[in-house]
Design a protein around this ligand. Structure first.
Ligand SMILES: Cc1ncc(C[n+]2csc(CCOP(=O)(O)OP(=O)(O)O)c2C)c(N)n1
Ligand SMILES: [Mg+2]
Length: 941
């Protein structure tokens, strides 16, 4: 970005009053000479040198600015010529605008299902220029550009797809009614619901932006590791200016700057409004964003003013106009476009304003309030009021938008953000239309009509709509009669007309339609079973292992597998040491686009911190949201790039679903595959950590996501079975889901895998060990999961040795899986009363056993209780409800009442409740086992 002192002097209203104009003049004159002889680059060089000299002398008190004047970055002289046919493109755009609006209006007329008109209305030119000139479609040779479309601009995308002939009228008529016969259209980009259309969900604000950054970086990773040629792929993200207030939107922009992601282009539609009102009524969102992005290393292109302003700015010899542009705040700019130009009397009488009269009055208002000094008034003396009214914002000028995009895609070495000023609800007629604070929610057009006491409210409303539709028709030159327009018919230009020929030729030249999601899937060859089998014998006695270390060791094997090894993408946010991953660092390296420019202090050690351009691990730093975005990029590459990368994102389980749950939901929406590993899991298992670290609920949150399969394995062989089946399910059998495993940092001897349990591990439950003391008359079933299975095993011993009670301990690897299966059986039986009833798997395992069923885990009771309804009232769940705290494992397990003693007491108590045991025995056991019956419940303290 070039900032000449001349430009600063002329445009920057923040410059203090000049205390020595003579001296300033000398400097400016010298700079003029440099500009003439050396050009702008040389001038910039000298400026930089001067700034650093001053900064040194100022010892930190002087810094250079990061914002530039409130004018277009690209001067008219540097503007690339527009290669398109303006007339045809306008006609196509008008058809798209109309259909987008009609779709929402029609959807609301009868069914009130909502939709947005004004967002796309403000962004139509931004998308149409992309569609006609930039967004590449998918071909055999090119995966296509990845465009993160702004969620609530989706009516515009459907409208265009209709004009392109990709969607039919029926689909459009069923916008937001996806359950209608023939199918409808999703409110927003939802690949789950429209898998051949949308690629990425964006409507939860902030997620599109962060996903786009990591997607662009992942494309580099794919290229550098030789997995896919992604150089020609551009990632575009369209954002609202209000959306930039979401931390996820701007929180990771520095990564894009640091990584010099010139394959990434952001278009921020700065219509100065969000849902409730102005984004920065008292300031300037474009200026604020410019500083933020430039500081983060981005190339910033501001497009503020349309071509009509070029001449005025050229004549602005004193800089007064540019100063005024800077001085006016966004709230005032919104008033210029949104103000009702009628007099109070006219408003009271409901008098409509003809288009010409509106332009006349609006021009007069802007002349009075914006061009507010004699000097500025002189500048626009030659313009009529309607001409002043016609001075447009940059985002509605196709020539300027084209030039800005072209400069963006040609820029090397930095990502580019385009800050483009538009009008919210541009061209939307009637009350609550363009520039109004209510425009975001507008669902019905209310054109202005003369007051008429004889009209019924319904007739009045009809007339208002008709008036507005006519106004729209006139403005965008649509070929409807009055009779036709009331029906709001969808409009596709004639198949043999020039518009369709042009539109299809443009898309053909760009490779095909966008958005389009690739639904083809090429399965992997399965990984070698041997790597997984190694975990079946367990660990030698006394050589304990945690499930986390079992996973690390498994990964080290699988990453060498000839079929899938290269495809594995381990992702970690600065907790690798906690999880025992450093040996992987050395063996597989961490990805860095520049390699390693320093000698790591631990060079030569077994755990060397090795960075490399071909490193396999993505070490994301302390950034769970960014790691999730990386995981999503890797987990959707099977579709986007036809590369079946298999991401394993391992994180501190407490900072998983509850921290970035919305990204996990978005991942499911975009059919992401892969593994999430909540490490250091459990409420009682991480020694010493406290309330904010100890996770007692992530499997429950995971279970809320329909495509997530959540497991809580206890032993190394269970981890191996689940991971192997997961890889095969997702990447060989093409099941559209992802896996969540809770893994722990507690070491214990890993047992050998019993015979015949593989299926049970996957289905969620299997019997692990039965103990039947001689002469036992009483029996209980003990369910344990994860590390807490060990407590069930200890309880089994206590029950047998002290109370003569027989028991079987089961490993419950997945309550969510058991519940889903049970729900399916229940539903089938309910709806097929005469068919032979299906028995849920959990009942197949437990219904023929005797006695109460006691379940214990490191999570809230609600987790095992997921299967309660299917166990005939036999289930008693223990769990870790309440806040965690810093303590030792035994103390915590006693406190939360999930330890062996509590399990034993619960079992005896349940037997007594069934009348099978004297209650006095339970009371004695409570005393003998040292359980305090009057301790406070963990969830109350
Ligand atoms: C996380 C999240 N919070 C709130 C919303 C609801 N919402 C939808 S659109 C909108 C306003 C958008 O304003 P802006 O980003 O400026 O987009 P514009 O429509 O002006 O282009 C809001 C608050 C949402 N979709 N996502
Ligand atoms: Mg906005």
């Amino acid at each position: 970005m070039l900032v000449t002192p001349d430009a600063l002097a002329r445009h920057d209203s923040r410059l203090p009053d000049d205390i020595d104009p003579q001296e300033t003049g000398d400097w400016l004159e010298s700079m003029e000479a440099v500009l003439r002889h050396g050009g702008p680059e040389r001038a910039q060089y000298l400026l930089n040198a001067l700034v650093s000299q001053v900064a040194r002398a100022g010892r930190g008190r002087v810094v250079s600015g990061v914002t530039t004047p409130y004018v277009n970055t690209i001067s008219p002289e540097d503007q690339a010529p527009f290669p398109g046919d303006r007339k045809l493109e306008r006609k196509i755009k008008s058809a798209v605008r109309w259909n987008a609006m009609a779709m929402v209006l029609r959807a609301n007329k009868n069914t009130n299902v909502g939709g947005h008109i004004s967002t796309f209305a403000s962004a139509a030119t931004l998308y149409e220029i992309g569609q006609n000139h930039f967004f590449r479609g998918r071909t055999d040779a090119h995966p296509g550009d990845v465009v993160f479309y702004q969620g609530h601009a989706s009516p515009g995308m459907y409208a265009r797809a209709f004009v392109e002939g990709r969607l039919d009228e029926g689909r459009l008529a069923n916008f937001r009614q996806e359950l209608r016969p023939g199918g409808g259209l999703s409110s927003y980009p939802h690949p789950w619901l429209m898998p051949d259309f949308w690629q990425y969900p964006t409507v939860s604000m902030g997620l599109g932006p962060i996903m786009s950054i990591y997607h662009a970086r992942f494309n580099r990773y794919l290229r550098d590791r030789g997995l896919a040629q992604t150089d020609g792929v551009r990632v575009w993200a369209f954002l609202g200016d209000g959306e930039c207030d979401e931390p996820e939107s701007l929180g990771c922009i520095n990564l894009a700057g640091r990584e010099k992601l010139d394959n990434l282009t952001w278009v921020i539609n700065c219509n100065l409004q969000r849902l409730d009102g102005p984004v920065r009524g008292n300031g300037k969102i474009i200026q604020e964003l410019e500083g933020t992005f430039r500081g983060a290393g981005w190339n910033v292109i501001k497009l503020v003013w349309g071509s009509e302003w070029d001449g005025l700015l050229k004549s602005d010899h004193t800089g007064a106009l540019a100063r005024r542009m800077m001085e006016v705040v966004d709230g005032e700019y919104t008033e210029y476009v949104g103000k009702d130009m009628r007099t109070p009397e006219e408003r009271a009488a409901n008098k409509p304003l003809a288009e010409e009269e509106y332009a006349e009055r609006r021009g007069a208002f802007v002349r009075e309030h914006f061009f507010n000094t004699p000097e500025l008034k002189a500048l626009v003396e030659h313009l009529s009021n309607p001409q002043i009214s016609g001075l447009k914002r940059g985002g509605h000028d196709p020539l300027k938008v084209y030039a800005a995009y072209k400069a963006a895609v040609e820029h090397k070495g930095q990502p580019t953000v385009l800050l483009i000023k538009t009008v919210k609800g541009y061209g939307v007629p009637g009350e609550g239309g363009q520039g109004k604070f209510t425009t975001h929610q507008l669902k019905k057009l209310v054109g202005m009509i003369e007051a008429d006491p004889n009209l019924s409210p319904e007739e009045r409303s009809k007339k208002q709509t008709l008036a507005a539709l006519r106004q729209f028709r006139e403005r965008f030159e649509l070929p409807f009669t009055d009779e036709q327009i009331v029906e709001m018919p969808f409009y596709r230009p004639p198949a043999d007309g020039p518009e369709m020929a042009y539109l299809l030729a443009r898309r053909k030249a760009l490779g095909g339609f966008n958005p389009t999601r690739n639904t083809a899937f090429v399965p992997c060859r399965p990984p070698d079973h041997k790597a997984f089998e190694r975990f079946y014998p367990g660990t030698p006695a006394g050589k304990g292992q945690s499930t986390t270390l079992a996973w690390v060791s498994l990964m080290t094997q699988v990453m060498r597998d000839p079929n899938v090894g290269k495809l594995i993408v381990p992702i970690v946010p600065d907790e690798g040491q906690t999880f025992g991953m450093p040996p992987m660092y050395k063996s597989f390296g961490m990805y860095s686009s520049v390699g390693q420019l320093y000698t790591p202090v631990d060079r030569g050690s077994l755990t060397e911190y090795k960075e490399s351009t071909t490193g396999q691990i993505l070490q994301e730093g302390i950034n769970e949201a960014g790691s999730m975005a990386s995981w999503i990029a890797a987990g959707t590459a099977y579709s986007t790039h036809g590369v079946n990368t298999i991401p394993f994102y391992i994180f501190y389980s407490m900072f998983g679903f509850q921290r970035v749950g919305d990204l996990a939901w978005a991942a499911a929406d975009c059919r992401c595959r892969g593994f999430l590993l909540g490490a250091t899991a459990g409420r009682t298992t991480i020694n010493g950590e406290g309330l904010q670290h100890e996770d007692g609920h992530s499997p429950l949150v995971a279970a809320t996501i329909p495509t997530c399969r959540a497991y809580d394995p206890a032993f190394g062989y269970e981890v191996a079975v689940i991971v192997e089946d997961g890889i095969n399910a997702m990447y060989v059998r093409n099941e559209e889901c992802f896996y969540y495993l809770t893994i722990y940092n507690e070491s214990y001897d890993m047992p050998a895998m019993p015979e015949g349990v593989r299926d049970g591990i996957i289905k969620g439950l299997y019997p692990f060990k039965t103990v039947r003391p001689d002469g036992a008359e009483l029996e209980v079933q003990l369910l344990g999961s994860g590390v807490i299975l060990n407590e069930a095993l200890r309880a089994q011993k206590l029950l047998a040795e002290k109370y003569g009670v027989a028991s079987t301990v089961y490993s419950a690897t997945s309550y969510p899986a058991l519940r889903r299966d049970a729900l399916e059986c229940e539903r089938f039986n309910r709806l097929h009363p005469t068919a032979s009833a299906r028995e849920p798997y959990v009942r197949q395992v437990l219904s023929k056993t005797a006695g109460p069923i006691i379940a214990t885990s490191d999570y809230m009771r609600a987790l095992p209780e997921m299967v309660g309804p299917y166990l005939d009232g036999r289930l008693l769940a223990l769990g870790t409800d309440g806040f965690g705290r810093s303590e030792t494992r035994p103390a915590l397990r006693r406190f939360f009442e999930v330890d062996a003693e509590h399990v034993a007491v619960a079992a005896l108590s349940a037997l007594a409740a069934r009348g099978e045991l004297d209650r006095a025995v339970v009371a004695k056991a409570i005393a003998d086992l040292g359980v305090n019956p009057d301790a406070p419940a963990a969830w109350t303290v």
